[in-house]
Design a binder for this molecule. Sequence first.
Ligand code: ACM
Ligand code: ZN
Length: 573
Amino acid sequence: MNKPHFLNLSLFLTLLACVGMLSSCNEHSLDTTPEISIIPAPVSIKPGEGTFQIRRNTQMFVNHDTISFLTNIASDLWKPYLGFGLKMGINDSRTENGVFLSLNEQFDPKIGEEGYRLDINQKGIFIAANRPAGVFYGIQTIFQMLSTSERRRLPQVNMVDYPRFAWRGMHLDVSRHFMPIEFMFRYIDYLAMHKLNVFHWHLVDDQGWRLEIKKYPRLTEIGAWRVDKSHLHWDHRPLVNDPANATYGGFYTQEEVRKLVAYAAQRNITIVPEIGMPAHIMSALAAYPEFSCTGENLGVAPGGVWPITHIYCAGNDETFTFLENIMLEVMDMFPSEFIHVGGDEATKTNWEKCIRCQRRIKEEGLADVRELQSYFITRMEKFLNSHGRRLIGWDEILYGGLAPNATVMSWRGEAGGIQAAQMGHNAVMTPGSHLYFDHYQGDPDLEPLAIGGYSTLSNVYSYEPIPEVLTPEQGKLILGAQANVWTEYMPTTDHVEYMVFPRIAALSEVVWSPASHRNWGDFSRRMRDQFIRYRDLGINYSESSFQVRALPEVDITDRTLKITLQSEAFEPE
Ligand code: ACM
Ligand code: ZN
């Protein structure tokens, strides 16, 4: 072929400009107020005319002592964009040049426990809510508005905003790789910035026990440490029981945990601890091997374990005493109504062979080891319920019959969540298809090593937590959704940030904003400001959604080749 191919050069250049400079290539957006760029998208925004400028002598006022703590949070949060801290005013008759935070239980039933109204007019910034949570979210919205403001001038606006779902979660696995407590405080800030309200803390797994339990000190003396095999691929690390050389790991003291829980509570985040059972607990069995079926000590796993057969013995009453004593300390540290008990991926071959487990099956009139798992979880549920708490577990807790009051966290797709809701139980959606942030977010050839999978920013954004097969009544049992961050392939906090950002932004809109507001083009436009916020905060975010794909079209008759370059960040919806 000697005829030159046709290349759509102008498109090529346009796209290069878009990708390179985050320029305004998507100005067809529906939003007519480009200076107001909030993620997650608020329920309603009525722009006014003019601006209000925050000045050094602008002061903050509260109508109620219970929200005084929020003035410090607001001042610290806004300071990088203001250049100064705001003082709390003492003259409560002042009506202008202020930020007025107002709490009133009967303010507006429509905005619920977490909503807020925001008015910015020539006199100041007025945030009002039924509960402190709403005031806090108004403060977060102002943070985002300040980031796009010029000289601290905010556009006048009237906003009403409240969340779609009650469970807006992010998870983090700190067992596969321990994350320092300082990072956990930052993680809470990241969730709060996205108006998420549940932090699911995966504290226990085969590769490390991360929570101090005073009654069982060996859980952290032994269980928190493994032999360092970082030079080998995660799945090629043989088991080793060698505590003297177990130097890799760490744990959180109860004091650290209490501080984190309090910090999160001020930011409307409930920390749901996950204390797994009956599997994913080799770290516990390295410390207390007597609670397994075999009594063997296989050590704390240095890497991947599959299948997971070394699990708690369900026939030994002492196992339950051990777990109940642990739960007493867990409940003392974590006020969360929900306690997560894991329940996933237990291979029950040892239960098949264990005399005690088999005796339990007979005595309890159970059919098989699947029903024994159900017995295990139901027994733990009774204990938690008797202390006023609710049990949540991965969807395998459906095996052999769901415990009477349990909530299901659906991870192997949506089937478990659907089944739970159809049975009248609550469910939280975290399907691997969309909400596993350990999956690749771009071309695997261009990304750091991940566990597999593929879930781009737009894929996360497209997720709808209420499956169509549910009736409206059943749909109400879906509490919300959550993204999971398993850290087998994330040894550092920088790497965690890379996998979480920017997908957390898409998640936030899925769980907060009305379904009718979902609009990829508009979100994509607002993401430009969000990326700048991430940069300003020093977050190690991923730019994979700007990866360019070449789509060739050959026309044999015309002897032309047309190449379109596309990036998901600039695709219209
Ligand atoms: C899970 O991902 N094993 C819950
Ligand atoms: Zn057993």
